[in-house]
Ligand binder design. Structure first.
Ligand code: NAD
Length: 360
């Protein structure tokens, strides 16, 4: 039976980068004779304009039915003034929570060709290939009780609850161990077990899982040290797994190591490995409609989709290789351009990758 992919172009540069990703998908479908069906639907501001809501029922229904989703980006100044409850971002959050996408995968890859764009020294980041697995639907961001209360002495106090159940830790742990298995087989679990009981339990569950994944080498690191090591010697890591809040912070720090937001894909997975794949960047209203956006994050998101939801590891490798070869050939969109290279538009970059795929 054919597998179904839902394209959600969204707003701003979203449709521009998804158009190039679609070209790549169509090319690999024809090269590998894949039984994949592409469909598309509205999300975000474009859905508000046409249907009055950021996540139309028809989009949610399709999202539930398909095997994987590829999202561009949502939002932009046009919708900044409307009621908070129907802002474009609500559409994105609605899909994430509706599909229970609890496992967030954020690779930080520094292509050697782009190492000069990093804020760290070239030798520290060239060839970096790190994956951060972040728990996305639990932890302190969602724990109850929470709020701001007034104490008996009249002083106000803010409070949140940091809570993880064993099953929540186990399911994100399994995502991370499985991911490490597909890579270099090294997993570093990040916690604060010297201070927080929640993460004492986190560490215990990770140790228990390690016995089942004896092909993966598990280590533990406190989050403060992990932050330091990420900027000191990031290439020591293969896969890192951590909770929602620590992952939020560490994945943004790791993203900056790579130098360009236009190069970073991401995945959010449910318990069955179904996922929503999206570039880490937003809708970039400042360059929207100008055919300037870098489509490589969207194209690399397709590679992640092949690997993590569709079981097509070889296709994933080929897409990533084609991106590397386009960089080797000197193609650069404006965000990653440096002297001596060929500055190309969004569509030209998509064409370059597609042509290389056809030649492999
Ligand atoms: P942004 O990522 O859209 O843009 C930040 C900067 O990076 C801009 O200068 C932009 O031109 C540049 N940039 C981003 N992607 C690029 C690409 N592919 N190629 C070249 N340059 C690129 O972040 P922002 O400006 O903070 O947000 C703009 C809008 O996007 C807001 O409405 C925000 O809410 C939304 N947003 C959406 C998502 C999402 O849909 N997942 C994520 C972040 C922000």
């Amino acid at each position: 039976m054919s597998q179904r992919i839902l394209l959600l172009p969204g707003d701003g540069i979203g449709p521009e980068v998804i158009q190039e990703a679609e070209k790549v998908l169509k090319k690999v479908i024809s090269i590998y004779k894949l039984d994949l069906q592409l469909e598309s639907a509205l999300l975000g501001g474009s859905a508000i304009d046409k249907e009055g809501v950021p996540l139309p029922e028809s989009t949610m229904k399709l999202a539930e039915q398909v095997d994987a989703i590829l999202l561009g980006a949502v939002g932009g100044p046009k919708w900044d003034q409307i009621d908070r409850s129907i802002r474009p971002e609500k559409g994105l959050l609605g899909i994430r929570s509706g599909l229970q996408l609890f496992g967030n995968l954020r690779p930080a890859i520094t292509f050697p060709q782009l190492a000069d764009a990093s804020s760290l020294k070239k030798e520290l980041v060239a060839g970096l290939d790190l994956l951060i697995v972040r728990e996305l639907t639990g932890g302190i961001y969602f724990g109850e009780p929470r709020g701001i209360r007034t104490l008996e002495n009249g002083e106000r106090q803010g409070f949140n609850t940091y809570v993880y159940s064993e099953s929540e830790i186990e399911r994100i742990g399994r995502v991370a161990f499985e991911a490490a298995r597909k890579r270099d087989g090294r997993l570093c679990s990040v916690d604060k077990a010297n201070v927080l009981e929640v993460t004492v339990l986190w560490r215990e569950v990770m140790d228990r899982l390690a016995a089942e994944y004896n092909d993966v080498e598990l280590s533990h690191m406190y989050v403060d040290n992990a932050a330091m090591q990420l900027v000191r010697a990031p290439k020591q890591f293969d896969v890192m797994v951590t909770g929602n809040m620590f992952g939020d912070i560490l994945s943004d720090a790791a993203a900056m190591l790579t130098g360009s937001i236009g190069m970073l894909p991401s995945a959010s997975l449910d318990i069955n490995g179904k996922g929503m794949y999206e570039p880490c960047h937003g809708s970039a209203p400042d360059i929207a409609g100008q055919n300037k956006a870098n489509p490589l994050a969207a194209i690399l998101s397709c590679a992640m989709m092949m690997r993590y939801s569709l079981g097509l590891e070889q296709v994933a490798d080929t897409i990533e290789k084609a991106v590397e070869m386009a960089l080797d050939a000197g193609y650069r969109t404006v965000d990653i351009y440096t002297d001596g290279h060929k500055q190309v538009s969004t569509t030209e970059m998509g064409d370059a990758v597609t042509d290389i795929l056809a030649s492999l």
